[in-house]
Design a protein around this ligand. Structure first.
Ligand code: AMP
Length: 441
């Protein structure tokens, strides 16, 4: 079992027992070697147990799942007096608690965590995960007779509702995980359709690492007098971020060079489109590097197989689209590379958050060509970070681009007092020494 980001596991000085959790959950947490609650757990669990609505702002890897799962499990267990769910199934395909997540993998991961937290609850709580890409029939069967906790992606859930396999009219607790994504254009219509089917009176818990305008607007309409908890992660992170400039057309060569020179054994590479995954995999293969791909056009069994293989270390290089950027808990992932920059600054944080989890040293590298310079500056500004442009020996950018690099290195709005300082170097060359960070671990 892993622990979350070191930033977020600072001793909270609290125990799980103090938060008001019941004995069978405490026993399970002890077994899982969760020694103390993370900050979001310590601050949020008592309010969630008390039935309050909640807005939780916390990075991925902060222990969000247990924050909502433990109180939900406790409520259901107590409501049923600990009786097994086989004897307490109500008539009708109703759902007690609904957790909406943006990706299939996250649905599976969250449901697995909930089942694990429920190990000593005497089978009182049944948890079902539904998501697209797999047969709908097994999911229909699982939902028959009611579900205590349903973890779902919106599209498949709507399909199941239209076949009468499940009803949301008795939902008591709704969790929106990765809320910023759930409220983005791709999901908002489905989400609105689902919300219309749920009772107005319910407990709503909303978790998001970032709070763009849509999320803020929604919190006002969806939540009633919510407790707001923002977990800061301002202390030094174990994740090192770097950005390498490279000439157009030399990115793949640089990537191959970095992989080979640093002998990375587990590396996640993000690209912007499904066919770029295949394209890059082919180009790397010509350079002697075998890579697997992970994107939305792959069948669910292939997606699961690839992800399991990557997690176990069998697959060393994985090229993925942003479906891999959210919430996935890949233990000890040492390196993430942005081969293409993500479109949104928030996605940059989600992508790099796959590494440096669990207190491990992590490295996130972005490879940028001239045409990416401006976009990277925006990513920096929005995320309040500022990285030095570096070059790797043997991949120095053409002289003509040097001025552009210098311009790109200046922040869009310079922080107060920094205006007069001159940069010492145009851009640092010979980044190679640094890179061994992941090898020496
Ligand atoms: P999450 O943010 O829910 O994806 O959790 C990230 C990782 O932290 C998972 O591997 C959890 O098992 C682990 N975790 C969550 N809470 C704790 C805790 N209080 N102590 C140790 N590990 C935890």
């Amino acid at each position: 079992m892993t622990t979350p980001d070191t930033n977020l596991i600072k001793p909270t000085g609290k125990s799980f027992a103090e938060l008001g959790l019941i004995a069978p959950l405490l026993a399970r947490l002890a077994e899982m070697q969760y020694q103390q609650p993370t900050p979001i757990q310590a601050q949020a669990i008592p309010s969630v147990l008390a039935g309050r609505d909640l807005i939780g702002g916390a990075n991925t890897g902060s222990g969000k799942t247990a924050t909502f799962a433990l109180p939900i499990l406790q409520h259901i267990y107590q409501h049923k007096d600990g009786k097994p769910s086989t004897t307490t199934k109500a008539k009708g395909n109703y759902v007690n608690s609904l957790i909406l997540v943006p990706t299939r993998e996250l649905a599976k991961q969250v449901a697995d965590s909930i089942r694990s937290y429920a190990a000593h609850l005497n089978g009182a709580v049944n948890t079902v995960a539904v998501f697209g890409g797999v047969s709908v029939n097994t999911q229909m069967l699982a939902l028959r007779g009611g579900t205590d906790i349903l973890v779902a992606t919106p599209g498949r859930l709507l399909d199941l509702i239209s076949s009468n396999a499940v009803k949301l009219s008795r939902v008591q607790t709704l969790v929106l995980d990765e809320a910023d994504r759930m409220l983005s254009l791709g999901f908002i219509e489905e989400l609105s359709a689902l919300l219309a089917l749920m009772p107005k009176q319910k407990q709503t818990l909303l978790f998001s690492a970032t709070f763009p305008e849509q999320v803020k607007a929604l919190t006002q309409t969806l939540l009633s007098n919510p407790v707001e908890i923002q977990v800061q992660s301002s202390e030094a992170s174990t994740l090192v971020q770097r950005v390498f400039t490279v000439n157009k057309g030399e990115k793949t060569a640089l990537l191959a060079h970095l992989i080979q020179q640093n002998q990375w054994r587990q590396i996640l590479i993000f690209v912007n489109a499904k066919n770029n995954c295949e394209h890059l995999a082919k180009k790397l293969s010509k350079r002697g590097i075998s890579a697997e791909v992970f994107h939305g056009d792959k069948g669910q069994s292939a997606r699961s197989r690839v992800l399991d293989g990557f997690k176990s270390g069998e697959i060393e290089v994985l090229i993925a689209t942003d479906i891999a950027a959210r919430g996935l808990d890949i233990e000890k992932l040492p390196v993430v590379i942005n081969f293409n920059l993500p479109r949104s600054p928030a996605d940059y944080m989600h992508r790099i958050g796959r590494s440096g989890r669990a207190g491990e040293v992590g490295l996130a590298i972005s490879l940028i060509e001239y045409e990416d310079y401006h976009h990277f500056k925006i990513i920096e500004k929005k995320n309040k970070i500022r990285l030095e442009r570096e070059q790797v020996t043997g991949f120095e950018v053409d002289k003509d681009s040097e001025d552009a690099i210098i311009a790109a290195s200046k922040p869009i709005a310079a922080p107060p007092g920094s205006g007069k300082k001159k940069r010492k170097n145009k851009s640092s060359i010979n980044a190679d020494i640094w890179l061994n960070i992941t090898k020496d671990k």
